[in-house]
Design a protein around this ligand. Structure first.
Ligand code: NZQ
Ligand code: ZN
Length: 383
């Protein structure tokens, strides 16, 4: 195992009715900026619960953070934070609202010329405004990590950054708030959870049996629960289990001391930047093609996964790989995502643009073997 330091300071407040604890979780004298997205919190009752819990707090609001949060929108919030001396941020919404709020947290106190440098150029953000979240969509794991993905459409870019001080101070996870999710977002979240686990697993044998088995356990549980949320959307326990899986899929525990390959995500992000396709859908499109393309490099782990998770019987390696990829695609389809290059507008022009953007950065993958040429090949292998 590689050396590692593992630290996760997020206080998770989980369950029905927990939003009412907000008043105790945020300092009484804080000047709070409540951030939210396009308005789902108004129709599902979350906004009212938050406002009532914060009745004694001084709260300013900033709405309109879009899916795949945009730099230009977030900079408007940065201005408010600076102007009003905001000293606590509360994100109420999905991963986009929370990611955007993480950016606001480091961008507002940033003294350099352009906070975008924190995202793209690795500029050091010295300070961060503390933040908390009421997360409403099980998918990103953003509620228990220090990552954020920010888009800048003027430059066709969608890039991740991390910062040790953007772990939420707390995250409230009330599974009942997910009853209002459209099925499409439920499916996106299931695929995102699946692929987060895979990015920390589907590399090469690394003699890390605990991490491997934990990853497989998470996927086995996800595969058990996923059909239930479609058959019984009002089942609280299913909603609770799916949320907890999404949170644990990307809170850092799966990848300690071992290898990671985030190539599916990095290609997916650029596809979203180019076509606007939902994050989860880009992943469902890219992952099977990437495994197919990397069958030599990832073959041993693909076979292990196929045997242990999908119950693929022993046979010729190439057949086992093909069967594992097919079973994985069937799982995505079973939750309602039949990923398609044509439907997502992934034209030849888009493929070249995505490949060029990725080719301009460090090669992807645990072997750093996926650059411009390989991205073109992978995208040509997509359905
Ligand atoms: O904007 P509102 O009106 O709130 O509606 C949202 C949005 O339209 C809606 N929604 C959220 N909770 C709801 C709800 N509708 C009804 N009931 C609820 N309870 O769902 C839509 C999608 O929301 P969004 O926040 O965009 O989805 P998600 O949570 O999947 O976040 C996606 C973003 O997170 C990034 C993705 O790249 C993408 O930008 N990621 C962040 C990661 C992280 N921070 O660790 C890792 C991931 O790999 C991912 O890249
Ligand atoms: Zn993701």
């Amino acid at each position: 195992m590689n050396n590692f330091v593992y630290r996760n300071p997020v206080e998770i407040v989980f369950g029905k009715g927990q939003i009412e604890k907000l008043g105790q979780l945020i300092p009484k004298d804080a000047k709070v900026l409540l951030t939210y997205g396009g308005g789902s919190i108004f129709t599902n009752g979350v906004y009212d619960q938050v406002k009532s819990a914060l009745a004694a707090h001084q709260v300013t609001e900033f709405g309109g953070i879009e899916p795949n949060p945009q730099y230009s929108t977030l900079m408007k919030a940065v201005e408010i934070v600076r102007r009003e001396g905001i000293n606590f941020l509360l994100a109420v919404g999905g991963g986009s609202t929370l990611d955007g709020t993480k950016f606001i947290s480091v961008a507002a106190p940033y003294e350099g010329a352009d906070p975008w440098d924190i995202v793209e150029a690795g500029a050091k953000a010295e300070k961060a405004i503390p933040l908390g979240s009421v997360i409403t969509l099980p998918a990103t794991g953003s509620e228990m990590n220090n990552l954020a993905v920010i888009s800048r459409k003027e430059q066709d870019k969608k890039l991740p950054f991390s910062h040790p001080d953007v772990f939420p101070k707390f995250s409230i996870i009330d599974p009942t708030v997910t009853f209002s999710l459209p099925q499409r977002q439920v499916a996106n979240g299931i695929v995102d959870t699946f692929v987060h686990v895979m990015e920390q697993y589907m590399t090469r044998p690394f003699d890390a049996p605990l991490q491997d088995r934990q990853a497989e356990a998470l996927i086995l549980a996800l595969v058990d629960e996923a059909p239930k949320v479609i058959a019984e959307p009002e089942n609280y326990n299913v909603r609770a289990n799916l949320f907890w899986m999404a949170t644990w899929a990307l809170n850092g525990w799966l990848n300690v001391g071992t290898l990671q390959c985030w190539a599916t995500h990095m290609i997916g992000h650029e596809l979203t930047a180019q076509t606007g396709t939902d994050h989860g859908r880009t992943l469902a499109l890219v992952l099977p093609a990437l495994w197919n393309h990397q069958r030599k490099e990832k073959g041993e782990k693909i076979v292990q996964f196929g045997k242990r998770v999908w119950g693929i019987p022993d046979g010729p390696t190439d057949k086992m790989i093909d069967d594992t990829i097919a079973a994985t695609k069937r799982f995505f389809e079973s939750v309602g995502i039949r990923a398609s290059r044509a439907e997502y507008g992934v034209t030849e022009e888009v493929i070249q643009a995505v490949a060029k953007m990725i080719g301009s950065r460090q090669p992807l993958g645990d072997r750093a073997n996926i650059g411009e040429k390989e991205v073109v090949e992978i995208l040509h292998l997509c359905d």
